[in-house]
Ligand binder design. Structure first.
Ligand code: MG
Length: 394
């Protein structure tokens, strides 16, 4: 693992066997609408702008399943877990210590839906305490039982349900886990309690439910498909050729005897895609967010523009359904680079490659593209937005 420093890291614990959810595939590798539970959990952390890197702890014999599930995501290398959850978390923290992070969010892979506002609250809480967790208040009356005999009633106002991700200042939780090695504590806040770490409870979310039993997989699939409406956005962009020896297209440097002229790196594909995403959520256009006269964007890597648009989609609790992009030019030939472009776009947008299409056409020698004066790109995207948010985008 490289030792590049990160301020805030995510650690997704996916080393369990998950037999309780039923089916031959461990629950974290079950697919929900085409994407595995573990990929959704990891991507949810990765997409938060304050989380710099995410590692997943996996069972040592799940390497192939992990690569298949998460190969499209820009994650740190997976960490081999232990037989118990606590040992897996310790292994993950030890691996992450190479990056000297200040903060870590430890998350169960079985909770694939992580609202960004929960992460906001956790990171805010870490400013005043070494540990924080999301909780849900109880609405049912709680009983103590012995077998099927009721033996008492629990005070409801002092009891909450603990969720993940649980957030920590990194060094104290690493030391707490080292000190608790071999115990069998069920969550990381409990490990912190043994080391005397104060923890703050922040408001959790019903979306953070855990996939444990067979019915939970159905509930998760329903969560993805109901209560949303699909928005479509279109983006179009053109850049002219100038002197040079390569063009940037969809984040890939394609060798060519010309370059594209522009204030940024002139990646016409990423610009069209960025505008399509902004269009789908009604959030103006790329020129509004990144004025071409602004010196900050001179020569900029256009993946920054795309990342901003994607972040806005996620801020609207939107989910990218698919993208379809057409590049229009006589040369360079796009075909040899198409797969690399699709993979690059999938990584930039944290979606599976099969939701990303890159096509190319010529204009039969007609018009400015036919005269090889420049390249045009047209992108269409679909975004699923929660209906309650869909009324107030922007
Ligand atoms: Mg442009």
């Amino acid at each position: 693992m490289s030792s590049r420093a990160y301020r805030t890291v995510g650690l997704v614990v996916a080393a369990g066997r998950g037999e309780r959810a039923g089916g031959p595939v461990p629950k974290q590798y079950r697919k929900l609408a085409g994407e595995s539970v573990v990929a959704r959990s990891a991507a949810a952390l990765l997409r938060h702008p304050d989380i710099d890197a995410v590692a997943v702890v996996i069972a040592p014999d799940h390497t192939d399943a992990f690569r298949e599930a998460c190969g499209h995501l820009p994650l740190l290398p997976p960490v081999a877990g232990g037989s118990e959850r606590q040992a897996s978390v310790l292994a993950g923290l030890e691996a992450l210590s190479a990056h000297a992070p200040e903060r870590v969010l430890i998350h169960d892979a079985a909770r694939p839906f992580v609202p960004h506002d929960v992460i906001d609250r956790l990171l805010e809480a870490l400013r005043s305490a070494p540990a924080a967790l999301p909780v849900l208040r109880m609405h049912d009356t709680l009983k103590q039982v012995c077998g099927n005999r009721v033996t008492g009633t629990v005070e409801r106002n002092t009891t909450v349900r603990a969720q993940t991700p649980q957030a920590f200042r990194f060094t104290p939780i690493l030391e707490a886990h080292r000190a608790a090695e071999g115990w069998a504590l069920t969550d990381d806040i409990a490990v912190g309690e043994h080391a005397g770490l104060d923890a703050i409870a922040v408001e959790g979310s019903r979306e953070l439910f855990k996939i444990t039993r067979p019915g939970d997989v159905v509930r998760a699939a329903r969560h993805l498909s109901t209560g949303t409406e699909t928005r479509t956005g279109i983006g179009y962009d053109v850049h002219r050729f100038t002197e040079g020896d390569r063009v940037m297209l969809c984040g890939i440097a394609v060798p060519h005897h010309r370059a594209l002229a522009g204030h940024s790196d002139a990646d016409v594909g990423l610009h069209a895609l960025t505008d399509a995403l902004l269009g789908a959520i009604g959030a103006d256009d790329i020129g509004h967010h990144f004025p071409p006269g602004d010196a900050r964007w001179r020569g900029a890597d256009s993946s920054r523009f795309l990342a901003h648009a994607i972040e806005l989609v996620h801020r609207h609790r939107g989910r990218l359904v698919n993208i379809d992009l057409t590049l229009v030019c006589e040369r360079p030939k796009i075909g040899p680079h198409r797969d690399a472009m699709r993979r690059r776009l999938a990584t930039l947008m944290t979606v599976p490659v099969n939701r990303v299409s890159v096509k190319a056409t010529t204009t039969e020698g007609l018009g400015f593209t036919g005269r090889s004066e420049g390249i045009a790109a047209c992108a269409v995207v679909s975004v699923a937005l929660p209906i309650d948010d869909a009324e107030t985008p922007g």
